[in-house]
Write a protein that binds this ligand. Structure first.
Ligand SMILES: C[S@@+](CC[C@H](N)C(=O)[O-])C[C@H]1O[C@@H](n2cnc3c(N)ncnc32)[C@H](O)[C@@H]1O
Length: 204
């Protein structure tokens, strides 16, 4: 049976994401993705950067078995030799296995999970990334100085009605949390559909 899942948004945002990610990628080491979902993003990135970054290894993770199976099935289908087996990883459950990633990636999770998932993500990034290593986060955010789009306001309300622990995160609060975890802001990229890519870095 084919375990591959298709998440339509990944086809729309994977190239804009790859454009931001490319210059941030380390030369070698492990790219660890948290909350991989279908796995389509990570497979796309591995394919897209295989020639330019042949020394990178890639590993996804997700708490859901169906999502891990989808990532593994996509990787097998595309014959991605640099893709490790996906990990069963819940960001709220610390400590995580010691993986020492060179870069961490988390797309569309922190608003669809309790705040504790963002806390776990930041704490582990601060503990596991090497000096200069980056955490790349993508998704919709609230910001003090930027008016929230009507679509993001509606999305926030619908998330909170599904689970009161969910909802769009305020970038200033995420940045303050990152600071408490020994990470500094390293850039903010406006993305299509009122999303942001936000990067944090372990100081050198
Ligand atoms: C909206 S999906 C995003 C999936 C994928 N990154 C994408 O953008 O298509 C949210 C993902 O977060 C995962 N997730 C939810 N709670 C989590 C947690 N506490 N730790 C890690 N992942 C979590 C879900 O299993 C799901 O795969």
């Amino acid at each position: 049976m084919d375990a591959r899942l298709w998440f339509p948004a990944t086809e729309r945002n994977r190239e804009p994401l790859a454009e931001v990610l490319g210059p941030l990628l380390p030369h070698a080491g492990l790219v660890l993705e948290i909350a991989s979902g279908s796995g389509e993003h990570l497979c796309h990135f591995q394919q897209r950067f295989a020639a330019s970054h042949p020394q990178l290894r890639w590993q996804g993770s997700d708490p859901l078995e169906t999502h891990r199976a989808s990532l593994a099935a996509w990787a097998a289908h595309l014959q991605l030799s640099a893709m490790a087996e996906p990990l069963a990883l819940d960001a709220t459950q610390r400590p995580w296995p010691l993986l020492r990633p060179a870069l961490m990636l988390c797309i569309n999770m922190i608003h669809i999970a309790p705040w504790e998932a963002c806390e776990g993500l930041m704490a582990e990034a601060g503990a596991q990334l090497p000096p200069g290593g980056r955490l790349v986060i993508y998704g919709p955010f609230l910001e003090d100085t930027v008016p929230t789009s009507a679509s993001n306001e509606a999305f926030d309300a619908s998330l909170r009605s599904r689970d009161p622990r969910w909802g769009l995160r305020r970038l200033e609060e995420v940045t303050a949390l990152a600071g408490r975890c020994n990470l500094v802001g390293d850039g903010r990229w406006p993305m299509p559909a009122n999303n942001l890519t936000v990067v944090f870095r372990r100081p050198d």
